[in-house]
Ligand binder design. Structure first.
Ligand code: GLN
Length: 452
């Protein structure tokens, strides 16, 4: 049924870079065989899923949305991929994304943009825009994403679905093509909170293959999603997120969510997190710095594309030609920003200062969680904007992640749940619920109570 749905809408939505129809049917048959052989399979066995094309898969291409990886076949599966297979999920295909997950609209994909199923002239968010669109368009009931600065929560918000950024280190980065290694976090998309929790539990947890993976027992997010109540909890509204620059319809739905929380028995208080104001500039030093280092591996020798290797050129010339042809404009901008910020003489002023801001942001969270159980804010300042509107204005594009970035810098858990449609444009609005490090269960508990 999902393959039929993909065939029906995909030429308008363009959520996928690769659909493995035959492979999906074979995977489904294999799950049936495992069950027939008496294997105890989990609750998601046989359920189809769309997989972001930034996780390695041995049986499908993996491009990270870049020309530089066109035609590359990974020699191993990412841990997330492997765990999906073990849980019996059926991978339908690989979803579109901003090149190397850099962007908020999926317009930076080298393979063309994805369209928001609510309004095909609008963006589906990014970088996991293919993942959000595939679930919102009913092409898949579940999908995977990665969140470095908001790339799960922002696409979830603007397509009216649920998206979770787990605690950093709570889900494995092994086999995830790296953007900014200290921020990258795999997480689930679904159409409701319980489904997201089931997928979260299926692929997260300690992985010895990832040196930053957390080896600690965590409370069950599925139980928390089933519990779904807020009685007795204290909820903090982040004072810094709202007001000027926020769309009225977003603020109206957010206010209703606050009232709903109160009516369900939560105590709602205002909390100031003054350093959050500096999260965006700090992120745009740290993330490009890490990316400039991570993307050095695309050297024309190891992977995919190789340009100008005709026997007359040096390895360095081939590398330069390949990188010039293989990387898109946003990726080049980030590499230049990052190498500049890390260069000697500037390192302390830029990268060093950004790391200090990062510590201040963590302290704001720590102070807040002394007296509130969760913090809330709108997930994004506006609903989905038109394709093309911010494409030539990186600063406007970067603002889409204003509210989501602090949780990446601090590494804590954060969920986006739908909270209604904006009056001006009838487009979905997301409520962000932020919890302490390893407090992922709180996001699900509160999210399940308020989801609409
Ligand atoms: N939009 C942000 C960026 O462009 C975040 C992307 C992400 O989370 N992968 O960096």
């Amino acid at each position: 049924a999902h393959l039929d749905r993909i065939a029906e809408v995909e030429d308008r939505v363009h959520a996928f870079l690769h659909v493995g129809a035959e492979s999906a049917l074979a995977q489904a048959a294999a799950v049936d065989a495992r069950r027939a052989a008496g294997e105890e399979l989990g609750p998601l066995a046989g359920v189809p899923i769309a997989h972001k094309d930034v996780f390695t898969t041995t049986d499908m291409p993996t491009t990270a949305g870049s020309k530089i990886l066109e035609g590359w076949r990974p020699p191993y599966d990412a841990t997330v991929t492997r765990r999906l297979r073990e849980a019996g999920l059926v991978i339908l295909g690989k979803t579109n994304l901003d090149e190397f997950a850099m962007g908020s609209s999926t317009e930076n994909s080298a393979y063309g943009p994805t369209h928001n199923p609510w309004d095909l002239t609008r963006i589906p968010g990014g970088s996991s825009g293919g993942a959000s669109a595939s679930v919102a368009a009913y092409e898949a009931p579940l999908s995977t994403g990665t969140d470095t600065g908001g790339s799960i929560r922002q696409p979830a918000a603007v397509t009216g679905i649920v998206g979770m950024k787990p605690t950093y280190g709570g889900s494995s980065r092994y086999g995830l093509i790296a953007f900014a290694s200290s921020l990258d976090t795999p997480g689930p998309f679904a159409r409701n909170v319980l489904d997201a929790a089931l997928l979260h539990e299926a692929f997260s947890g300690h992985d010895p293959m990832d040196s930053t993976s957390i080896d600690q027992p965590v409370p069950s997010v599925v139980e928390a999603a089933r519990q779904g109540d807020v009685a007795g909890l204290t909820v903090g509204v982040v004072k810094e997120f709202g007001g000027d620059g926020y769309q009225p319809g977003v603020l109206a739905r957010f206010q209703e969510a606050v009232e709903l929380l109160e009516s369900l028995g939560a105590k709602v208080v205002e909390v100031s997190c003054p350093s959050f104001t500096y999260a965006l500039p700090a992120y745009y030093l740290i993330a490009p710095s890490e990316c400039s280092s991570n993307l050095a591996r695309f050297d024309a020798m190891r992977y995919g594309l190789r340009v100008g290797d005709d026997g007359t050129r040096s390895a360095e010339e081939v590398m330069a030609l390949t990188r010039a042809a293989g990387f898109g404009p946003e990726v080049k901008r980030r590499i230049m920003l990052g190498t500049y910020a890390l260069s000697s003489g500037y390192y302390d002023a830029y990268y060093g200062s950004a790391q200090k801001v990062r510590t201040l942001i963590s302290r704001d969270f720590d102070a807040a969680f002394q007296h509130v159980d969760v913090l809330i804010s709108p997930t994004t300042p506006t609903t989905a904007f038109p394709i093309g509107e911010r494409a030539d204005d990186p600063m406007a594009m970067y603002l889409a992640d204003l509210c989501t970035i602090p949780s990446n810098l601090a590494g804590n858990a954060a969920l986006s749940v739908p909270c209604g449609l904006a009056d001006e444009d009838g487009l979905p609005v997301g409520l962000q619920i932020m919890a302490p490090v390893l407090g992922d269960d709180r996001c699900y508990r509160v999210g399940a109570a308020v989801e609409r």
